[in-house]
Design a protein around this ligand. Structure first.
Ligand SMILES: NC(=O)c1ccc[n+]([C@@H]2O[C@H](COP(=O)([O-])OP(=O)(O)OC[C@H]3O[C@@H](n4cnc5c(N)ncnc54)[C@H](OP(=O)(O)O)[C@@H]3O)[C@@H](O)[C@H]2O)c1
Length: 322
């Protein structure tokens, strides 16, 4: 009997009341003839049942062409759905890969951190370890993932929030995960409080909600140690005054270089596509923020190495000549 040929199927489990078209479009562009099933308002209680009904009908060969994509803006609920999905797969005879990119936060944060690392290396400021980083509005899905990645890279991170307790909960979770006190919170409920949050920052990432400016030109000028400023909000007004969404390494002030949201967005889409393709090739595995950052960082380091190799050799100093 001929082997059945299976189409790729992506099963979206979204914890929100509507499933974002964003990620379904990225999947469609990567695999134009795939099928997408979407489930909304998914909780940890029902995720397991959906996963069983996804795995069994097509057997192990079909399951290899069936990928779970977990989405949603509530991180706690997303974590419950991930845990329930993994538990179901562990008890089933076969499993499949799980892509986790809640509201695009993992691929966006991975892209933002990798872009800041790339610019830091390009300008000779070095790696992220030991750098002072401030993530403005570091409590949202993108901001807290970026803070988590910077902390994993051993940077000293300040996150801001309008509510100290909300920021502290995020900081505590990351510090527990990395096993060190790398993330601190500064409350910024009024614009006048921003200067204190960025005063020691060498890298600033503005991670606020769309259409909210978080950093003024005056506050950036007062941040005397700042070398890199990045923003992920492309909706006007953008997060950083004077930074254009398309800026990609532009010098904004003396020795301060900027990365805008659309420059980060390009890498974000590349990373998300990479997560989807890798998950499709792999029989099983979790493709989450760590994998997203590995892919983003590899992309940036490859580009730097290529630029270095293409650069003309430095002229030999004359006194070395015979
Ligand atoms: N460039 C890309 O490729 C890309 C991809 C995905 C998302 N995004 C963008 O990334 C940004 C962050 O996304 P997200 O989902 O993490 O954002 P979010 O949850 O909507 O907001 C992030 C944080 O912004 C703060 N905030 C909300 N309203 C505010 C206000 N009026 N004033 C000051 N702070 C405020 C909140 O922090 P506190 O309550 O703690 O103060 C919130 O936790 C958005 O601008 C989104 O459009 C970009």
């Amino acid at each position: 009997m001929a082997q059945p040929s299976f189409k790729n199927v992506f099963v979206f489990l979204d914890t929100d009341k509507f499933c974002s078209p964003f990620d379904m479009l990225v999947v469609t562009d990567a695999f134009p003839d795939s099928n997408i099933f979407k489930f909304e308002n998914v909780t940890g209680d029902d995720a397991g049942k959906i996963v069983y009904d996804t795995l069994f009908p097509r057997g192990p060969l079909g399951a290899a062409h069936t990928k779970i994509f977990i989405n949603g803006s509530n991180f706690e609920m997303v974590e419950q759905v991930v845990a329930a999905t993994q538990k179901s797969m562990a008890s089933a005879p076969w499993g499949t890969s799980i892509i986790v990119d809640p509201r695009g936060a993992y691929s966006t944060a991975a892209g933002a951190v990798a872009k800041s690392l790339g610019l830091s290396l390009e300008k000779g400021f070095g790696v992220l370890e030991g750098k002072n980083v401030t993530v403005l509005a570091g409590t949202g899905p993108v901001g807290q993932t970026a803070a988590r990645i910077y902390a994993t890279e051993k940077a000293s991170v300040v996150i801001t929030s309008r509510t100290l307790a909300k920021g502290q909960a995020v900081a505590d979770k990351i510090n527990k995960e990395v096993g060190a006190q790398r993330v601190k919170v500064v409350e910024v409920s009024k614009p006048e409080q921003t200067a204190a949050a960025v005063k020691d920052a060498e890298i600033i990432l503005s991670a606020g909600a769309g259409g909210i400016q978080l950093l003024s030109t005056a506050d950036l000028k007062a941040a005397k140690k700042c070398k890199i400023v990045a923003d992920i909000n492309a909706i006007k007004p953008v997060g950083v005054e004077g930074l254009d969404s398309n800026d990609d390494g532009k010098e904004l002030g003396k020795g301060v270089f900027g990365i805008g949201a659309l420059a980060i967005g390009k890498l974000k889409i590349k990373v998300e596509t990479n997560m989807i393709k890798k998950a499709t090739e792999a029989p099983a595995g979790l493709f989450d923020y760590a994998m997203a950052y590995d892919a983003a960082k590899a992309d940036i380091l490859k580009k730097i190495a290529k630029a270095k190799a293409a650069a003309p050799p430095k002229e030999m100093p004359k006194h070395w000549m015979p």
